[in-house]
Design a protein around this ligand. Structure first.
Ligand code: SDX
Length: 430
């Protein structure tokens, strides 16, 4: 038996040696690919708690140690020293760019920010109060109708133009959704502005007067986009991989990722956190809501708390919490009561045995909404902000999978617990 194998001892002496694969760091994996063919059994892991779906060299997370690295670089260092557009280059190409490479990449993104004018017509069909995530998913999905001419995924140039269009056009689509919601005219992108500045311009400028971009706001957004850029095989990224594994149009795969992210158990949590804090109202109600979160008969959960992987702290939450102080101070915003309530709620939960026993800590969504709100971004747009940051992660994982010579369509099996075989009964005899 090789030193790195596991021996599976089944019923009636049925044995099998399962090879182990070791990565750069993190848990080893047991390769069960031969299990069904040789032993006629499946593994069973609802929610994929203990399942590695692929090999990847993009992002690494250590949930016990609170580690998050993009291409080996700790997120804390990238948050302190990099920019979102540089992180996009890193995630897509695997290395930090030279100045020339960065300038060329950024210039390319800036020059793809406009939408085909026909796409703007979609917004005329939405109700004024349509949720921005519904509009984002629909319009991104429609990109598969506009750009089918350059969709040969085996062509590296087509893969690049797909990446550039998704990164560049998501902010334009996102801001257009917001303008529809508030009944203002769409604002076209400007190529003289960087990624975050351009988004703020398209969100808050109006034709009637000049709009001055607050550097505190653009800096805060850029940092939030870095922190949301990728997170290995999370629900929405796995959705993109699953959809694209059938060789589906990548724009439609990204639209699927947007839909998966919208769920309140995933990226929709940042919007749910603000609604929860507003419902709690003040510190005197915290105990009541913490008890509700602990009550198995109550579906209420503490939004922004807990994580499938982080069983210690979420390093992104730590950085965002520190950012809250700075942004609220510099913007001289009166939202501090909301931030103070969030801090008090965090302290109560972290000292409660129920949360400590289950290793429930604030995650990336717990504080991010407080900053978005301080920047004037409405709650309904919070998950759209998450999608804009995560778009580069989705594209990077799509590219990694679609260029894998061993790519296979994702097709899990099941444990069947339905009816045994039975014969059809004529309706007259039922
Ligand atoms: C994101 O995967 C990623 O990487 C996601 C993400 C990314 O960057 O892509 O990090 C972004 O999605 C962050 C998570 C945002 N979601 C929320 O904040 C929603 C609230 N949290 C949860 O619903 C929950 O914690 C999950 C979905 C995040 C994780 O769920 P798991 O891993 O399936 O854990 P679980 O549901 O099995 O919970 C374990 C226990 C349970 O209690 P017991 O059955 O053991 O008694 O902890 C309890 C749960 O009831 N629990 C909570 C809780 N989260 C878990 N109880 C109260 N409040 C909570 N928030």
């Amino acid at each position: 038996m090789s030193q790195d194998a596991y021996r599976l001892i089944g019923p009636r002496g049925n044995e099998m040696e399962l090879p182990v694969h070791r990565g750069t760091t993190g848990p080893d994996v047991i390769d069960v690919a031969r299990l069904y063919r040789e032993k006629g059994v499946f593994t069973y892991d609802p929610g994929f708690v203990s399942t590695a779906s692929c090999k990847s060299d993009i992002t690494f997370i250590d949930g016990e140690e609170g580690v998050l690295m993009y291409r080996g670089y700790p997120v804390e260092q990238l948050a302190a020293k990099s920019s979102f557009i540089e992180v996009c280059h890193l995630l897509l190409h695997g290395s930090l760019p030279t100045q020339a490479e960065l300038d060329d990449f950024e210039n390319t993104i800036r020059r793809h920010t406009m939408l085909n004018e026909g796409m703007l017509n979609f917004f005329k069909g939405f109700r004024y109060d349509a949720h921005p995530m519904a509009m984002l998913s629909a319009v991104v999905g429609s990109m598969s109708a506009y750009y089918h001419d350059e969709m040969d995924s085996s062509n590296p140039d087509h893969r690049d133009i797909f990446a550039h269009r998704i990164l560049a056009k998501l902010p334009t689509i996102a801001a257009a959704a917001y303008k529809l919601n508030i009944g203002q005219p769409f604002i076209y992108p400007r190529n003289d502005l960087n990624y975050s500045e351009n988004f703020l311009h398209m969100m808050f400028a109006v034709p009637a007067e000049p709009y001055e971009i607050d550097p505190v706001a653009s800096e805060a957004l850029d940092l939030l986009f870095i922190l949301h850029a990728d997170h290995e095989q999370n629900c929405s990224t796995s959705t993109v991989r699953m959809a694209a594994s059938s060789q589906a149009n990548p724009y439609s795969a990204i639209a699927g990722g947007i839909s998966a992210l919208w769920g309140p158990a995933h990226g929709g949590a940042n919007e749910a956190v603000l609604r929860m804090l507003n419902e709690i109202g003040d510190a005197s109600q915290i105990g009541k809501y913490v008890d509700k979160a602990k009550d198995k008969n109550d579906p209420f959960r503490l939004m922004g708390f807990g994580h499938r992987v982080y069983k210690n702290f979420d390093p992104r939450a730590t950085i965002i919490r520190e950012m809250c102080h700075k942004v609220l101070d510099q913007l001289d915003r009166e939202d501090t009561p909301l931030f103070d309530l969030a801090r008090e709620l965090e302290q109560v939960a972290l000292h409660d045995d129920y949360f400590k026993e289950r290793n429930l800590y604030p995650n990336v969504d717990f504080y991010s909404g407080i900053i978005y709100k301080a920047l004037g971004i409405p709650t309904s747009m919070f998950t759209v902000m998450f999608a804009m940051g995560r778009s580069v992660g989705w594209v990077a994982h799509w590219r990694e999978m679609i260029t894998d010579p061993q790519i296979k369509i994702a097709r899990p099996r099941q444990l069947y617990i339905g009816e045994p075989k039975r014969d059809y009964v004529d309706i007259a005899k039922r």
